[in-house]
Design a protein around this ligand. Structure first.
Ligand SMILES: [Zn+2]
Ligand SMILES: [Zn+2]
Length: 362
């Protein structure tokens, strides 16, 4: 009897390897949910995106564009920012799935990795970060600092960084690689539900947030959350994409609308694996009207912050990087006492769930 039980256990442990060690069961958010209706009086809708994804054009990733689009569609992602290492694709949408493809590039420079988006062509002088960032800017593109604290690829700041307006404050690949011991401990759970197992490795990115607040004290810099997915035999797109997303509030999911919203900081970072964040809204209202995330307004006596989250959650308001007000709520309206840079951190079960971009009250 004991021998039979041991044989059964061995067979069960062997099974994953017979299937190439891919997870046996996967649970996904499912096909794309209907988009939430625009907020009253607002033409903006919430589009869920996978920011910073590699394909077979990168030396360290497999995965075709077709596989990427099918996986994105299966897990409810509306757009993908493809950013292969020093290589660039050209098509802008996938006709079969309808997933919008935004084509960026992840450049390896002398100061670290930069993701370019919205420019027109590949820049050959990519080692010199200052020349590269200037060239991207001259074509109307955005330069985004990728994983600012990733070992040898940590970003080394210079005095001339004004053209860098965006920062990856969270990067899934870094979270996993930095905690490889915990990742191995989770291996048995990984075989059952890979996405859930990896969600335990997601932490509040404290160092990145401190860096961001320091930059925000000087100028507007917007936050993005990168899944930095590399399709490999042990972690495919369907596992990685739902873990960490960047949501964009735009009028449509056409490439130009999405890039324009990202440029203006009208987006937020979402750890969707802890619950769908569709419907999250954050704005400031006063005598001048409504200001969305990334925007700027002038303080008056009527200035209020308004938040709507899709489920009860702990909402922390930060003013100039410092905790300023706290509430557990689904809807919240808070008078603002004066100028400041106001951003939100929303927690669910004590885990960071949503990170807003700031609104600048002058
Ligand atoms: Zn990188
Ligand atoms: Zn990357």
């Amino acid at each position: 009897m004991r021998r039979a039980r041991r044989l059964l256990t061995a067979a069960l442990l062997t099974l994953p390897f017979a299937f190439g060690c891919t997870p046996l069961v996967r649970r996904h958010p499912g096909p794309p949910p209907p988009l939430d209706p625009p907020a009253e009086g607002s033409p903006l809708r919430d589009y869920r995106g996978a920011w910073h994804v590699h394909t077979e054009l990168s030396h360290d990733s497999g995965g075709t564009l077709e596989e990427l689009c099918q996986a994105a569609n299966a897990v409810g992602i509306h757009f993908v920012v493809v950013s292969d290492h020093n290589a660039r694709r050209t098509s802008e949408s996938d006709p079969e799935t309808g997933v919008t493809l935004l084509h960026g590039v992840e450049y390896s420079t002398d100061r670290g990795h930069v993701v370019a988006l919205g420019d027109r062509e590949l820049h050959p002088a990519h080692r010199d970060s200052e020349k590269l960032v200037a060239a991207i800017g001259s074509q109307g593109g955005l330069s985004i600092v990728a994983h600012p604290f990733w070992r040898s690829d940590s970003w080394r700041w210079s005095d001339r960084e004004e053209l860098i307006t965006h920062l990856e404050v969270a990067n899934l690949a870094v979270d996993i690689a930095e905690d490889i011991g915990a990742a191995l401990f989770r291996l048995p759970f990984y075989l059952i539900d890979s996405t859930r197992a990896l969600s335990g490795l997601l932490d509040r990115p404290t160092a990145e947030l401190q860096l961001w607040d320091r930059l925000l004290a000087e100028r507007p810099v917007f936050a993005l959350g990168a899944c930095d997915a590399h399709s490999r035999w042990y972690i495919g797109y369907e596992t990685a994409l739902p873990l960490l997303t960047t949501h964009v509030l735009a009028e449509s999911k056409a490439a130009a609308d999405l890039i324009s919203a990202i440029r203006n900081g009208r987006c937020y970072v979402a750890w969707d694996v802890f619950g769908t964040t569709d419907g999250f809204r954050y704005c400031v209202e006063n005598g001048s009207g409504r200001t969305e995330m990334g925007g700027e307004t002038t303080w008056d006596e009527a200035t209020r912050l308004r938040v709507h989250v899709p489920a009860d959650a702990r909402i922390e308001v930060r003013r100039n990087g410092v905790p300023f007000a706290l509430a557990t709520a689904r809807r919240w309206s808070l008078p603002l006492p004066g100028p400041g840079t106001y951003r939100l951190e929303v927690y669910r079960n004590e885990t960071l769930w949503i990170l807003s971009n700031p609104i600048f009250v002058r």
